[in-house]
Design a protein around this ligand. Sequence first.
Ligand code: TMP
Ligand code: MG
Length: 203
Amino acid sequence: MGRGAFVVFEGCDKSGKSTQCRLLVDYLNSLGKKTELWRFPERSTAIGQIINGYITKKDELHDKAVHLMFSANRWELVPLIKEKIASGVTLVVDRYAYSGVAFTSAKGYDMLWCKNCDIGLPRPDAVYYMNIDVEDASVRGDYGCERYEVSDFQKKVQECFQSLKEPSWNVIDAGESIDNIHKILCESVLKTLAECENTLLSE
Ligand code: TMP
Ligand code: MG
């Protein structure tokens, strides 16, 4: 049996990542492909609890301290990520290191500094960037509840994502209907699964 794939979704808040991740995981499992839905920040760990306090505006933390917390939250789960993927499980991950860099550099911090603590993390096999008009996102769901859900800041985050974007990223028009996006993603992710089965996860 080949390894599982490591599939990451990125984008601004309320760009539809979580909805699409859920639909995709259900679809892959329905085909008999063992798949798990993951998210970062993973708020259930001790580090995740600190991040949650900050994101929900209950606690204050220095920008650089919280940046390192977000990164540590990924590092603490690296052994499990590797174990799952080696055992043939595909991980669909709602946000990863690109969010870490985009959100902190949007505050004005040097992008290289922001990237440093994530160097060496497992590299995703595929990245889907949910591209949405920030104003359209701001009228979705319970927008505004969490710390970063402010349009002016989200615009800066989007610019940072644009400069982080690698040629291999799949840019998705997140203004499309849920069904249309889901169909596009299913087709694309099945190709990724087939392609990475016999390759190694890289850093
Ligand atoms: P969520 O909306 O996906 O639950 O994530 C909560 C917030 O955390 C979101 O506004 C993006 C932000 N974030 C960072 O600032 N750095 C990170 O490394 C990650 C993963 C998320
Ligand atoms: Mg959010």
